[in-house]
Design a binder for this molecule. Structure first.
Ligand SMILES: Nc1ncnc2c1ncn2[C@@H]1O[C@H](COP(=O)(O)OP(=O)(O)OP(=O)(O)O)[C@@H](O)[C@H]1O
Ligand SMILES: [Mg+2]
Length: 451
């Protein structure tokens, strides 16, 4: 990583002397003569270390220090002081300066100090990345599913993650596309580098362009400072383009160009910036149909879609329901400090019978509210959101998946009896069993077990 150092001093000789010395050490150096300009330069956002004089006309070094620290606490600031102003330097240290140097500046000492400060900064950045990485690991483990479809998804993730191939993740809303994108990054060699996410549908196209590519100061009204775009921020890492199906044709061309040439310019900028990013895109649209309609470029589609990971809707992999239900129940019981441990069979039947148009997200929300609503240790049908409660049970018996024959029989007897308003002889007749058999079964009947 090449670090950029900002030097602010009103004395030209010092500015230039320090800049030359640090330039020789291999850093990129920018200088400003006035505190106010220094602050403006800093706000462009690409400075890794600041060296500032304390006494300057206009915006003084101490104020600049304060602003930098409160804006970017991770950026070290070294202050320069003249003879006899050591008290001011000490005050600056209290404000959070990394260290101070007295003039005339000993260049060897400067060089050492800068090296140490930047090593420190690199550690801070690395530490931040490690925390993110742990988060990602948790996330990969967090993808729950044992259905054949999900096992295929896991297998594809582990196979493509190590490569640099573009991945297109498709599936309805709420099936877990973002979780999969997290896993692709977390299991790739780029895991120590950033995973940058862009929600393409959330921004109008002109803003999306500067969001992706960044912009130069004054590129458009409101562009007060230079800003690095997501492509730049994701350098060396992964760029997740969510809802890729929503971008307009004009942006599609621009995106295609970056993907082909691996370079771009900031909006309003001349400088060509090289980029090394791995693209993971997601959409809940049928991009092939969009291509037919002329709304999506085929060439871009092929660039993005080197590997496809399709996540089927939850209703097509209901085998995953028991695990998901249990996991979410535990998660929310813990989060809400409630001793909810199970779910009764009617509630379970309602969950299995439902079509889950909102997929796993909807199930997760549903389990959260059910746990919150539950009065006892067991979730009942009444604790579920009304849309999910079995629409009308009149005339139907619902038997949840996973019960054995004995339990099924108990449910049949209980519900028939209740449908016939407790009339036992009628119940026996309907079920085709003798009254005595019915009595025996009723008296031996335990309440159905709560799985
Ligand atoms: N297999 C899974 N195991 C555990 N949690 C899951 C699973 N799939 C999805 N989730 C959870 O469901 C929610 C929605 O997932 P995610 O945001 O990844 O969906 P999406 O496909 O990106 O949806 P959208 O298209 O609406 O953006 C998240 O809270 C996620 O943690
Ligand atoms: Mg998503």
């Amino acid at each position: 990583m090449r670090f950029t150092i900002l030097i602010v001093d009103d004395e030209k000789n010092i500015r230039e002397g320090l800049a030359a010395a640090l330039g020789l050490d291999g850093y990129a150096v920018v200088t400003e003569a006035v505190g106010g300009e220094g602050w403006k330069r800093f706000q462009r956002g690409d400075i890794d270390l600041v060296i500032t004089d304390l006494r300057m006309p206009g915006l003084g070094g101490e104020e600049l220090l304060r602003r930098v620290i409160s804006d970017s606490p991770g950026v070290p600031v070294i202050v320069l002081t003249g003879h006899g102003t050591v008290e001011a330097a000490v005050a600056a240290m209290r404000c959070g300066a990394y260290d101070f140097l007295t003039k005339p500046v000993n260049l060897d000492r400067l060089s050492l100090l800068v090296k140490r400060a930047l090593e420190n900064r690199e550690l801070v950045l690395k530490h931040r990345r490690i925390e993110e990485e742990l988060e990602h690991k948790k996330r990969f483990e967090a993808i729950i599913g044992t259905s054949l479809a999900m096992r295929r998804v896991f297998e594809t993730i582990s196979r493509v993650a190590p490569s640099k191939a573009s991945v297109l993740i498709t599936g309805e809303s709420g099936v877990g596309k973002e979780l999969v994108a997290d896993a692709v990054h977390a299991l790739s060699p780029r895991k120590d580098k950033p995973l940058v996410k862009v929600h393409c549908a959330a921004l109008p196209d002109n803003l999306l362009e500067s969001e992706l590519f960044g912009h130069e100061k004054g590129a458009f009204t409101g562009a007060l400072n230079r800003r690095r775009g997501r492509f730049e921020l994701a350098h060396g890492g992964t760029l997740f383009l969510d809802e890729i199906g929503e971008i307009d044709l004009n942006m599609q061309i621009k995106l295609l160009r970056v993907l082909q040439q691996k370079k771009f310019e900031r909006v309003g900028g001349e400088e060509t910036i090289e980029t090394d990013v791995r693209i993971v895109a997601a959409t809940n649209k049928d991009l092939k149909a969009e291509i037919e309609k002329g709304a999506f470029r085929e060439d871009l589609y092929f660039r993005l879609n080197v590997i496809t990971i399709f996540i089927p809707p939850l209703r097509e992999r209901k085998e995953d329901l028991p695990l998901l239900i249990t996991a979410f129940l535990r998660e929310f019981a813990k989060e809400n400090n409630k001793a909810v441990e199970g779910i009764d069979e009617r509630a379970r039947a309602a969950l299995y019978g439902y079509e889950w148009p909102g997929n796993v997200r909807e199930l997760r929300n549903c389990m959260e509210s059910a746990v919150v609503m539950a009065k006892g240790g067991v979730i009942t049908e009444g604790d579920l959101p009304p849309t999910i409660q079995a629409k009308t049970d009149e005339g139907w018996i619902r038997i949840p998946f996973g019960v054995n024959m004995e339990e099924a029989e108990r449910i049949i007897i209980r519900d028939t009896l209740s449908f016939l308003k407790g009339n036992k002889s009628k119940t026996a007749e309907v079920l085709g069993m003798g009254r005595r058999t019915l009595h025996r079964k009723l008296s031996s009947a335990q309440p159905p077990a709560v799985p």
